[in-house]
Every structure is written in C-alpha cells, then in structure tokens.
Design a protein around this ligand. Structure first.
Ligand code: SAM
Length: 280
C-alpha cells in the first residue's frame, strides 16, 4: 500500500496552537518534511516528537525534492509536510509536491490548524461573506501601487501578507489609491504583543509612523469596494461633466471617478476619452 502525504498546520506564534491530531500525525509518520528543520525542531521538541526529518523543502529546493518524496510514498512510507509557521502552501512551499502527489494518485490529507490570514480576517471586523487572499504583497513599489489600483472596484475583503520593512510604505500607497477604505492591520497574531490596528490607511500611517509598532509580523486586511453608484448612469455623467467643467486633466478625472465611484479604471478611462467629449 502506498503512503500518505499529510499537510500539517503548525503554530503561528503561540506554541499551544497545535491540534491533538497534528501531534498524533507528526508522531506516527515515518518522516517529516520541514521548510526549515531548525525552526520546526523547536515545536517538535516541545511536544516530545522524535520523528526524523527527511529533508527540508525550503522555497527553491522544493522541485528537486519531489522525486525522492514520491519514491517514499510509493514504498508505503507516510510523510508529513510542515512549514515554519501556519499552514503549508499558504505563502509557503509545498505546491509542486502536492500537485505531483495528486498526479501520482497518492493520498494527500490536510491536518488543519493555524493560518495567519484566517486568524486576522475573522477578528478584523470586516465582512467575511466574501474575501480574497492575495498572499504576500509584491516587493516593488510600482507593482504594489498597480495592485492597489486594480482593487478599486473589487468587492469583498482582501487579505495580504506584508513585512515590517514595507508596511509603512504600503499604507502610504494605499492611502493614495484607496483613501476612504477601512484597513485593519493584524500584528503579531497569537503572540504577547498581538494587536489589531483599525482605520483608513492614512490614519494607520499616522499611528505607526515613528512608533515601535513597525516590528513583527503583519496581516493587512482591506475592506472591499462598496456596491457602487457606477450603475447609476446619471450620477456618472454628472460627475464627469462637473470635473471637465473644472478644467481638470483627463488623468485626474479618471483617478477621481475610479476612487469615488469604485468604477474599474479601464471603464472610467473609456468614458472620459469617449468621442464627442472635450479632451483636455
Ligand atoms: N503559512 C503561513 C500561514 O499559514 O499563515 C504564512 C507564511 S508567510 C511566509 C509569513 C507571513 O505570514 C508573514 O510575513 C506575515 O505577513 C504572516 N504571518 C505569519 N505569522 C503571523 C503572525 N503571528 N501575525 C501576523 N502575521 C503573521
């Protein structure tokens, strides 16, 4: 009989956040695949788990490990994949392995537990009926700016992972692209200094600037676009007319229309540049 690949969620700060089942599985499998064996060892030692590591599957080494892990499963060995924190594959290595295991016809079993995105989201106070996990924000300033602008009309709450080095800059970019949206920063979840900071991006910039809170780990949660007035053609036409009459350049009109009405940027651009209208 072939072995099973278990995907085991680990704590995201508080060592007590691990399920009984996770401990049982980690004790019973033949091998543990860790993102970083030193980080996982601390948790394993805490719970008296002495299962050997097979190898580490840090980002970059994942693909080359796949054949040897598949051959373990073929020989009937059970293996558990863990990441440094939280749920494997969620902004963490593991996808190539899971895909290959599924394709090879072996069993993949999740052992659910902590995930920073979900922990932050459920306590954010923002609507949860619909949400989108966007993973880690891009490092480049331009890429982050384009991403935020592309969310102008996106309904549903958005969740991002962001590093402490870039959090302030990301809030500044957000305050330019989506100034009226509610933002929640879930900081140091499950740890001693856990806190939720709520406000607009501008308010949060002010709160964080120069404070020692720009440390630790962050989940950034962004309110979705309101079901907007973009369907109300009369409102759109009136706003366009008034902005044009003020002599504003088209670029500014597009920006205002996308921000105020939550209209997709390309739609606003089309309206502002349509034939027959005065182009400035
Ligand atoms: N697999 C993990 C999970 O299930 O949440 C995420 C790993 S990802 C490489 C690391 C990012 O998750 C951090 O940069 C931070 O944005 C977020 N994160 C992890 N632990 C956190 C915590 N305790 N509090 C806030 N954010 C956290």
């Amino acid at each position: 009989m072939n072995g099973t690949l278990y995907l085991v969620s680990m704590p995201i700060g508080n060592l007590s956040d691990i399920t009984h089942r996770a401990i049982d599985v980690l004790k019973s499998v033949d091998f543990i695949l860790a993102e970083d064996t030193r980080t996982s060892q601390r948790v394993l030692t805490h719970y008296g788990i002495s299962t050997p590591f097979f190898s580490s599957v840090y980002q970059g080494a994942e693909r080359q490990r796949v054949p040897s892990i598949l051959s373990l499963l073929e020989k009937g060995k059970n293996v558990a994949l863990v990441s440094d924190a939280g749920t494997p594959l969620i902004s963490d290595p593991g996808f190539p392995l899971v895909r290959a295991t599924v394709d090879a016809g072996y069993q993949v079993v999740p052992v659910p537990g902590p995930c920073a995105a979900i922990a932050g989201l459920v306590a954010s106070g923002l609507p949860l009926d619909r949400f989108c996990f966007e993973g880690a924000l891009p490092r480049g300033r331009g890429a982050r700016q384009s991403l935020f602008e592309s969310l102008t009309a996106r309904q549903g709450t958005c969740v991002f992972y962001e590093s402490s080095h870039r959090i302030l800059e990301s809030l500044k970019l957000l305050s330019e692209s989506l100034p009226t949206r509610r933002v929640v920063l879930a900081r140091e979840l499950t740890k001693i200094h856990e806190e939720f900071l709520r406000g607009t991006a501008t308010e949060l910039c002010t709160l964080l600037a120069g404070s020692d809170r720009i440390r630790g780990e962050f989940v950034l949660i962004l309110e979705g676009a309101e079901i907007s007035a973009t369907t109300d053609q009369e409102v759109v036409e009136q706003l366009l007319c008034e902005l044009k009459a003020e002599g504003l350049p088209n670029k500014s009109i597009v920006r205002i229309v996308t921000q105020v009405l939550g209209m997709p940027r390309n739609e606003a651009y089309r309206l502002v540049h349509r034939e027959g209208d005065v182009v400035t």
